[in-house]
Design a protein around this ligand. Sequence first.
Ligand SMILES: Nc1nc2c(ncn2[C@@H]2O[C@H](COP(=O)(O)OP(=O)(O)OP(=O)(O)O)[C@@H](O)[C@H]2O)c(=O)[nH]1
Ligand SMILES: [Mg+2]
Ligand SMILES: [Zn+2]
Length: 352
Amino acid sequence: MALIRKRRLTEQQQRRIQKQQKSRQEEIDTSNDLEGLVVQHYGRQLEVQALSTPDVHPEKPAVSAGEPEPFWKPIELGSVWRCHTRTNLEALVTGDRVKWQADPNTGLGIITAIHPRQSLLTRPDRYHKVKPVAANVSLIVIVFASFPEVAPSLIDRYLVACADADIPALLVLNKMDLVKENDPILDIVQEYKNLGYEVMQTQSSGDVSALSQRLSGETVAFVGQSGVGKSSLINTIVPEAAQKTNIISENSALGQHTTTSTRLIAFGENSALIDSPGIREFGLWHLTTESVQNGFTEIANLVGYCQFRNCTHKHEKQCALREAASKGEILPRRLESYLRLIDEIAEAQQKN
Ligand SMILES: Nc1nc2c(ncn2[C@@H]2O[C@H](COP(=O)(O)OP(=O)(O)OP(=O)(O)O)[C@@H](O)[C@H]2O)c(=O)[nH]1
Ligand SMILES: [Mg+2]
Ligand SMILES: [Zn+2]
């Protein structure tokens, strides 16, 4: 997932939304409202999973003998309904908690209200617009593998995105069956552990119970390059999920973006996994230098110790960052990633 960002609503905004919802609810009969969870969104069409059922279930119409059975979808806990939203409701995304009403005669529902969000992940699309991806995510799992080969700078970008969204990150090295003894990817794993990040190692077809346990109770977004095995891992953790997976063609080690829409899969009592398409391109235009620093704390700690206040950390003498890198106190490749991100932001800001 590209640069994800959590939008915090100001109290005033929240009050305004609540007020709007209240006045809207006064116009419509809310006595049949159910609780629901948006499990998938495509434009204004959504799929909602029932988290509650009516106190009094609607009655199935009686049919006289010989007449055909009319369509009837019972409102069952966990059942999934295609829904529309009331037009004046803001755009909803996967992970949103909603109030909704079901029509068993058509099998369709209508969303009447949205609960306040704990977090909202967004990413810039290629037209530099911010697109919402998922709501209420509490943990981001960054999946990587030795095939397709991982670019550590890509992991750094994901970590910046997580820090910016203020959501904890868990790194998962998948396809352990492809990892040889002394594989260089294990050094990368160790580097991130040394930086204080939580890392786990998995194989999609193997025992993933440690990962399942870690994810229990969380609403988890899986991110990472196409083909690293996000959908495969989800299928092993929740076999009923049946997420589509793809054989990576030999020609295109980058994979095919098999997963094309963001989908939420309920898991256990109180957990959910969100499979989001792999994203290869990253827009950074909406980030600030500060948010990049939040993803590079070991480097941010040194900023300010250079001889020149406006040090570019590229050629100046007595640059605290370069000195630390040459002494091995910070990783030269992390410094490189950091400087590249800072440059990208500066460039994007010049263009705007
Ligand atoms: N050897 C090995 N192959 C794996 C493992 N996990 C997944 N794969 C294979 O990697 C390929 C891609 O897996 P997917 O689960 O589709 O990858 P994805 O991350 O969901 O990809 P996108 O949906 O395109 O973002 C498939 O051929 C999987 O069978 C693993 O642990 N080991
Ligand atoms: Mg997938
Ligand atoms: Zn410097």
